[in-house]
Structures are given as structure tokens and as C-alpha cells.
Design a binder for this molecule. Structure first.
Ligand code: PLP
Length: 461
């Protein structure tokens, strides 16, 4: 005999049903209860528990489904990969000051395109123009969605229908199919390649300049290095050639740091001020790489050319919203106090963290991690090397420390399974595999308590 299946209403009246209604609302709860009842119906025949028990089972099942559905898909994670600016993990972590500024304008209207002095219309990039001028020495600046958009917009504005001269050594591809030749084509610019992969000379640029030339372009080779028998034209020399022929020089700087990183113990990277000082007419760079802000792209440089970019109708399709502008303004403001920058700006704080600190942290975490994994795993404090990421100083590694987790039985598949189990934690932990072990680089772990608190949920296997 088949037991009668409870109705949706019966389930909703039960304790689990009531909790689900309160938490998730009627529409989603009814849908989840219907689905749970359909599963129960299909399983009937395997015995017939009483109707109230069935109703409660359906309610509990619905609650579980709803909790899963409501969990954010864009999950916060622990980045223990050792790559500080990890593009797939959202690059820069923002400073508290930036988070507060963004939150403020999310809650309230903001004077985004409103001039508080005249009561008339303002321009949205005004919020950061003064700061960018002060920090880079640029005449003017505008902001767009990211550096890729900045490169596109300046190429399209300065070069549409004419030629851009670029060295064959600088025809970069960066992640996500951003290839310089394709971007040029889409921007309506004719690419005029000069030189060879390993050597490009001043005479190569000079020989290619004609009346069709709109610009000379310098591209920062962020993610590779050409070594050996090489020659490139230094930015200042390129600007000299451009000026001599009345042709603007555009510099795709990529990461675009605003400070001399060597004062923080890192390798010096060409700054935005350097690029402008070398005579570039326009410079494009990212907001969320070394700068440590939200995703954004800057175009800085000569006022007339920046204004031309601002007037390009495509700018509208690339503009920043108030949330990111507020976060960016607050991030830039931190640069006015270089002495405290390395404490307040997470990107710089993490990049300058001393290996001793990570080693001590590894020592503190070791007992808890070891106890949780049990005798099948050997857990040890390990020296390792972090990377900056996002194509900044690609060959540069930063000495770091972490935990290495090695399977005692030498099972070659075990590290993959453990990585998956770490990803299944409430706040997923993202590690990597190195030499047959799971390696957790602790450079980017600042929430030690949060990491330890969820270890108990780790289900290895
Ligand atoms: C990273 C990079 C870009 C693109 O920057 P996004 O902010 O990711 O759009 C463009 N050019 C160079 C040289 C880069 O390194």
C-alpha cells in the first residue's frame, strides 16, 4: 500500500517549512518543497513512513536546497596560491579606506556629475583628476573600465583610420585574448609592425613614419622577457622621434605603479611619472594591479589628447560607476602618505611581508592543520616563492613560506583530492601543487582566525 504524499501546505506548516518560509520567502520555498515532494514520490514504494514524517523530510530537504541556492556564486576565498595579484581571484584586495568610501556612496546619492559650487553639471572623473595630477605629474586624466579599455580608447581616438607603429617585440598577448594586433584592428587602427622579435632600432621607427602615421606605440611586455641578442628603443628615444616628426607617442604601461617600489624593498618598476617624464603623450595603466585599487583603467597625459579621448562617444560605454570611483579616489589618497602606504594598502602590505612572518604563521597553523588531516599526511613548514602576478615583474619571485602537505603513502592523486577538499570549505582555500605536495603559501593569509575556525569542516577524500 502506498502512503499518501503530504501536500505542499502540510509541509509549509511543519517546523522546517516555517523556517524556510521565514528565510527564503514564499515563491522560492514553494518551488523547493514541490521539488522535494517529487523526489519523495519517486522513492515511494520503498516502505511507507507516516505522513507527518514525510512532510518533515520534504521540509528539511527543501531547506537544504534553498540554502545552497542562496549561497553567493561569487565566493570570497583564501588566496594561498602565492600570487598576490591573481587575476582569476579578483586581483587587488582593497584598503579599508576604499571599502568605506565605496560603501558610503552605495548608501547615499553622491555628487557624481554634479558641481557643488555652481550647482551645475560636473564631470565624473573630476573626483580623481587633482589626485592623479599630483601623483603622476600628468596634465590631465580620464578613467575607464580597465586598462584594456584605456588602450582601446586612446588608440581609437588618436589613430582611427590611420597607422600605429609598434615594435614586433611588443605585440603582446595578455590573458583573456587581449592581443595587441586584434585590439588595433577593432580600434580601427592599421598596425604597422617594425623591427624584429628581438631587435628594433630607432631607424626602424623613423623609416616607417609617413603621412599616414597617427602614433608611435610603446607596449610594456608585462608577461615575458626577450633576452640575449636584443635591442629596443628606450621610451625617451621614442618620444624624441615622435616629437621630431610631430607624431604622438602612446605608452601602454600595464601595471602602472605610482611609487618607486625599491623604497619598499621590491624591484623598481617603471612608474607612471617615469613614462610621462620620458615624454609619452598618453599613458594607459590599470587600477587593480600594482596600484592596489578597484578594476579601472587610466588614460593620463597631454591635456588636448586626454580631452579628445573624453569626447570619444565610446568613453560613455566604458565609464566608471560611483562605487568604483569612490574606492579609487580613497585608494589614490593613501599615496599622499608614502610612509604609511605599506600598512594601509593591502597590495603593498602583502608584497612587502617578510618571510619570517609567514614562517611564524606557518608554525602556528601547523599543529591544527596536521591534527585535522590525520596520520595520512605529513605537514611541514616550507620555504617557497610568491609572485606579484598580473604581469608585473614576471620573472621576479618573492621569498615566502607556507605549509606543505605531503601524502605519506605517496598516492599521486591525493594532492588533487586535497586541493578539491580545500576548495569545498565554507570559505574556499585555494592552494597549489608543487613537487607532489599541496603547497599553501601564507603570504596572503591575514585572517588567521578565520582560516583556523573552518578547518574542522575539511573532509579529505
Ligand atoms: C594588464 C595589462 C593590460 C590590461 O589591463 P586590464 O586592467 O587587465 O584591462 C594592458 N596592457 C598591458 C601591458 C598589461 O600588462
Amino acid at each position: 500500500m502506498r502512503a499518501a504524499i503530504p501536500s505542499v501546505d502540510e509541509v509549509l506548516r511543519g517546523p522546517a517549512g516555517q523556517v524556510a518560509l521565514a528565510r527564503h520567502g514564499r515563491a522560492a520555498t514553494v518551488a523547493a518543497v514541490r521539488a522535494a515532494l517529487a523526489v519523495l514520490r519517486a522513492r515511494m514504494g520503498e516502505g511507507a513512513p507516516d505522513r507527518a514524517a514525510l512532510a518533515e523530510a520534504a521540509g528539511t530537504q527543501a531547506l537544504e536546497t534553498l540554502a545552497l541556492e542562496e549561497a553567493p556564486r561569487l565566493r570570497a576565498v583564501f588566496n594561498l596560491t602565492g600570487t598576490v595579484l591573481h587575476t582569476n581571484l579578483g586581483r587587488a584586495v582593497l584598503a579599508e579606506e576604499a571599502i568605506e568610501a565605496a560603501t558610503r556612496v552605495m548608501r547615499q546619492p553622491a555628487a557624481l556629475e554634479f558641481d557643488l559650487e555652481t550647482g551645475g553639471r560636473g564631470e565624473r572623473d573630476d573626483a580623481v583628476r587633482g589626485l592623479v595630477r599630483e601623483l603622476t605629474g600628468a596634465e590631465d586624466c580620464i578613467l575607464v573600465n580597465n586598462a584594456a579599455a584605456a588602450v582601446f580608447l586612446m588608440l581609437n581616438t588618436v589613430g582611427a583610420g590611420r597607422e600605429a607603429i609598434v615594435s614586433r617585440g611588443e605585440l603582446i598577448e595578455i590573458g583573456g585574448a587581449f592581443r595587441m594586433p586584434d585590439i588595433m584592428a577593432r580600434a580601427g587602427v592599421v598596425l604597422r609592425e617594425v623591427g624584429t622579435t628581438n631587435r628594433t632600432h630607432a631607424r626602424d621607427y623613423e623609416g616607417a613614419i609617413t603621412e599616414r602615421t597617427a602614433l608611435l606605440m610603446k607596449v610594456h611586455t608585462s608577461n615575458y622577457l626577450i633576452q640575449g641578442f636584443t635591442a629596443e628603443v628606450a621610451p625617451a628615444e621614442l618620444s624624441r622621434i615622435g616629437r621630431a616628426h610631430g607624431v604622438p607617442v602612446l605608452d601602454d604601461l600595464g601595471s602602472g605603479t605610482l611609487v618607486d617600489l625599491s623604497t619598499y624593498g621590491l624591484r623598481r618598476e617603471r612608474t607612471v611619472r617615469d613614462a610621462l617624464g620620458d615624454g609619452a603623450d598618453l599613458v594607459a595603466f590599470s587600477g587593480d594591479k600594482l596600484l592596489g585599487g578597484p578594476q579601472a583603467g587610466f588614460i593620463v597625459g597631454r591635456a588636448d589628447l586626454v580631452r579628445a579621448c573624453a569626447k570619444n562617444p565610446i568613453k560613455r560605454a566604458m565609464r566608471l560607476d560611483k562605487i568604483r570611483l569612490a574606492a579609487l579616489e580613497a585608494t589614490l589618497r593613501l599615496y599622499r602618505d608614502p610612509d604609511r602606504l605599506a600598512q594601509r594598502l593591502p597590495t603593498l602590505r602583502l608584497l612587502t611581508r617578510k618571510p619570517e612572518e609567514m614562517r611564524a604563521l606557518a608554525g602556528r597553523l601547523l599543529p591544527a592543520v596536521s591534527a585535522q588531516l590525520g596520520p595520512a599526511w605529513q605537514v611541514a613548514v616550507a620555504e617557497c616563492a610568491s609572485q606579484i602576478g598580473s604581469g608585473a615583474l614576471p620573472l621576479e619571485s618573492l621569498p615566502s613560506a607556507g605549509l606543505s602537505l605531503t601524502p605519506c603513502d605517496g598516492d599521486g592523486r591525493a594532492p588533487e583530492r586535497l586541493l578539491a577538499a580545500l576548495r569545498a570549505l565554507p570559505t574556499p582555500v585555494i592552494g597549489r601543487i608543487a613537487q607532489g605536495a599541496v603547497l599553501l603559501d601564507l603570504r596572503c593569509l591575514e585572517d588567521e582566525a578565520g582560516f583556523v575556525a573552518q578547518l574542522g569542516a575539511l573532509k579529505e577524500g
